[in-house]
Design a protein. Sequence first.
Length: 396
Amino acid sequence: MFQSLLFISVGNLIETSYSPLDSIIKGHFLIDSAVVGLLTSVIFIGLATVSPFVGYFVDHLGSFRAMKIAFFLMAIGSTVATLSPNFLIFTSGFYAIGLGYGLLTPATNNAVMNQYYPNHATPMGIKQSGVPIGASTAAILLPLISIRYGFFAPFIVLAVIAILFSVFLRGEKHELSNPTSFREYIREIRGVLKDRRFIIINILVASMSWGQQSLLTYAVLYSRFIGFPLFTAEILLASILVGSFFGRIFWATLSNRIFKNRRIFSLIMVMFISSLFFFIYSLMTLNFYVAIVLSFLLGLTAIGWNGIYITVISEIAPKGKIGLYSGMGLLIISSGTILGTPFSGYIDDLTGEFYSLWQALALGIFIVSIILLIFSLTSLKNEKIGDKIKGNTQVS
């Protein structure tokens, strides 16, 4: 569990390195803010590129081999960023980082499930808390390194870290590879695409990805828009990240107590609560104490949902296909970030304020949570009817 927490933390440190350095990147390459924003899209395009093939690396080569490959790709990306003479090559480095990071979450999912199942929910939540840990570490350390040692210094450090993890990471001795042909793997992908329940859940949960990335992108700007000074706005963003850290553990642990056998209802509950907090967030005032508590609660729900989502997807996956299902799930929900974040910017540009954005997110996530609840209840009812028919048949 703590190994996976470390891997996710380091991977997120590398993957989010552009975020705290965005103003420094903008000044170094003499580009505008819109071009800097392309780095987010490039990383998620890299993640989407590798997602269909994640199952091959994780399920058939083994979790730890997949993690070694992930850190190797991130080392290549960081090295390219270090040596880049222009922004285009710099961007290609982050594409490689996206490829590597796309392998890391499914690989750690598989490792945790193999080690802890059926008591895997809390370890999974603790593992996923490495995401805000890595992001916070990047925000604290990387700008200081860049200011003290120059623009490329942070990427040199990240490249060295990734290389060390790639070289010295060792897997469990009992972990065996399960080789397969590419044709057989394509057949496995088709099987996932025919899993109606899996596809519908991920399409609906993509709304949470939209909300999460919109919050991380526009939270500081919203706080400034209300009237908070920049330093206070950054403190409120930190409160969101702290809330997301506890949320990834809290919801996974709580699901063990109330919805252990139907964990999808825990995810629906988090979605519903996050929609409520998005609406309240749109009414936030200049009261600092209220704002910091609300920011924490919004981070707890609107970003903390990821831990329980990862658990749900890992449980849906058939034995030996956790990597494949995790990768395909990440591919689908990434559409919420790729398509949703620009749409959030469009709402802001159209209205000239942020209130409508948070209210649109609140309404959208609320509607999606109701649809997912109806779908899950219908699926549960059909399962019970099927079990009853099966039982009657066996008696006959």
